[in-house]
Each structure stands twice: as structure tokens, then as C-alpha cells.
Ligand binder design. Structure first.
Ligand code: C2E
Ligand code: CA
Ligand code: CA
Ligand code: CA
Length: 275
């Protein structure tokens, strides 16, 4: 029917036009997010499978724009495109390191995992800025994990390898995020000397079908290649039990806690943080 076809088309182009318009206005707004103090970090615990204790927390970025929370999956790609990610990434780094500094003063000993965009990682100044901040705030480098997604593998490998080695020499750990969603193979993990592999939530979601086989393979290699494994997006006790049976070292997901402001997290997990 011609009439509905036309209506569908109009609807589609209106949605598309709205998306383009939205992205355009968000893209210019995100440039000012740091200066306008619109960013904050929330933290999600990563649980040690063997004893249920909080092993580390992942810092996740939140942006409030015009009174509304814009999800990072929406604004990070825009910031990567327009270059704002450099300033934003530095803000994240400094804030997480500052948080670590105040935690250490409170006698708490919590590792913090920081997401770093490939755009930042490719910046030749990145490693230096990490080092400068760690020196400035006098924090222990081994309390930080840098999470990079698999997409980094598509970039210049010798440079990548160098940055990873330099960060590890400073004492930081490297995690590969969203593992299984890109094109990397487990041999890349070996080449890069990655410390931690985070199995993507999509596999945890289908442990009943082929998800379990993937996790099994990742675990087999983990014990050979000496990296630890985190399962992301754990939402049910059944998933927890299966992942535990598969020998996964750490678990992260809504089952344990949503990402929360640091002060809330401390109330819930305080005791397992005491060093
Ligand atoms: P990610 O690094 O894979 O982070 C995990 C995402 O899964 C987070 O979404 C987290 O809130 C969500 N999540 C955790 N547990 C569960 C669960 O049990 N079920 C479900 N359905 N989701 C769960 P969030 O905070 O919206 O972040 C989305 C992505 O944005 C992140 O994915 C990361 O790629 C990016 N991102 C967040 N913060 C930063 C940052 O500071 N820098 C950079 N470069 N990227 C960031
Ligand atoms: Ca992550
Ligand atoms: Ca992830
Ligand atoms: Ca992700």
C-alpha cells in the first residue's frame, strides 16, 4: 500500500533528521562538558569469584546535559570524532587518580579500572600524562588498570605494544575490554602481554548456548598465558554459578551492584576494602 509506504518513509527520515540534529547539538555541547563541570564518575565493583569480595572498581563516566543524563555509548563516539575525548579522557584520568589519593588517605586499598579510548591511547603524550598524574598525586601505580577495547588491535601494533609495555613498566595493569566482540584472537593477548581479559556481556547473556564454549576457551588460554578473566554483565545467580563453575576469576554486573557514586559504594562494600 502506497500510503503506508510513504508514511514509513516520512517517519524514517524524520527520525534520521532528529538523530543528525541531536548528534550535532550533543557534539558541540560535549566540547564544553569539562569546562562546565558536567562530568562525574560512578564506580562499579568487580567481585572476586572465590570469596565475594570487591577486587576492584571500574570508573564509568556520566554526563548530564540540559538536566538529562546522556549515555556514554552515545557521547563517547561523538567526542572521539570531534577530538573532545582528549580533554575528557584527561579529566577521567585525573579524577580517578584523585579519588585513589583520597581513598589511600582514608586507609582504603581499592584498585581502579579506567576506560581509555583508542584515540587517547594513540596520543604519544598519553603515557607521560599518566606518569605525571601518578607522581603528582603520589599514588601507587599498581592500583590502576587501563581498560582498552579490542578495537585497539586494528591500530599500529608496534606503537601499541610500546605504550602497553611503558604503562606496565610504570606498574599499571592492562585489561582488554569487550573481549570477543571484535576481530582479535587470543594470540594477540599473548603478543601484547595483557594482564586481564574482560569477556563481553553478550557471551554472559547466552551461557546456555555458545557463550559457555567461548568462556571455556578463554579460561583454557588464561591458565596457559597467565592472564585473569572478568565476566561482564552478570545479572542472575544462575549466570554467577555457571561462571564460577567455569573458573572465571572475577565477576561484574548488576547482580552485585550497579555503578554508583563512590560514597554509596563505600557504604555497601566498605569492609572488603580495608587493607
Ligand atoms: P564498558 O566499558 O564495557 O562498561 C560496561 C557497561 O556495562 C557500563 O555501561 C555498565 O554500566 C554496564 N553494565 C554493568 N553491569 C551490567 C549488567 O549487569 N547488565 C547490563 N545490561 N549492563 C551492565 P555504561 O556506564 O553506560 O558505559 C558504556 C560504555 O561507555 C562503556 O562500556 C565504555 O565503553 C564507555 N565508557 C564509559 N566510561 C568511559 C570513560 O571514562 N572513558 C571511555 N573512553 N569510555 C567510557
Ligand atoms: Ca570497560
Ligand atoms: Ca566491557
Ligand atoms: Ca563497551
Amino acid at each position: 500500500n502506497k500510503h503506508t509506504q510513504k508514511a514509513d518513509y516520512v517517519l524514517f527520515s524524520k527520525d534520521l533528521a532528529e538523530k543528525v540534529q541531536r548528534d550535532f547539538s550533543l557534539s558541540s555541547a560535549i566540547r564544553k562538558a569539562v569546562a562546565n563541570k558536567q562530568l562525574k564518575l560512578v564506580y562499579q565493583p568487580i567481585i572476586e569469584t572465590s570469596n565475594g569480595e570487591c577486587h576492584a572498581v571500574e570508573a564509568l563516566l556520566r554526563w548530564e546535559h540540559n538536566g538529562k543524563a546522556v549515555p556514554p555509548d552515545v557521547f563517547i563516539p561523538l567526542a572521539e570524532k570531534n577530538g573532545a575525548i582528549r580533554e575528557i579522557g584527561y579529566w577521567v584520568l585525573e579524577n580517578a587518580i584523585q579519588q585513589q589519593h583520597s581513598m589511600m588517605q582514608d586507609g582504603l586499598n581499592i584498585k581502579i579500572c579506567i576506560n581509555v579510548s583508542i584515540v587517547q591511547f594513540e596520543d604519544p603524550e598519553f603515557v607521560n600524562s599518566v606518569k605525571a598524574l601518578i607522581d603528582q598525586y603520589k599514588v601507587d601505580a599498581s592500583l590502576f588498570h587501563i581498560e582498552i577495547t579490542e578495537s585497539v588491535f586494528s591500530s599500529d601494533k608496534p606503537k601499541l605494544l610500546q605504550a602497553i609495555k611503558q604503562l606496565q613498566t610504570l606498574g599499571l595493569f592492562i585489561s582488554i575490554d569487550d573481549f570477543g566482540t571484535g576481530y582479535s584472537s587470543l594470540s594477540v593477548i599473548q603478543d601484547l602481554g595483557v594482564n586481564i581479559v574482560k569477556v563481553d556481556r553478550s557471551f554472559v547473556n547466552r551461557l546456555d548456548s555458545n557463550g559457555a564454549a567461548i568462556v571455556k576457551a578463554v579460561m583454557l588460554m588464561a591458565n596457559e598465558l597467565n592472564y585473569k578473566v572478568v565476566a561482564e554483565g552478570v545479572e542472575t545467580p544462575e549466570q554467577e554459578a555457571k561462571l564460577k563453575a567455569l573458573g572465571v576469576h572475577y565477576l561484574q554486573g548488576y547482580l552485585f551492584s550497579k555503578p554508583q557514586p563512590y560514597t554509596h559504594l563505600i557504604k555497601q562494600f566498605g569492609p572488603s576494602f580495608q587493607s
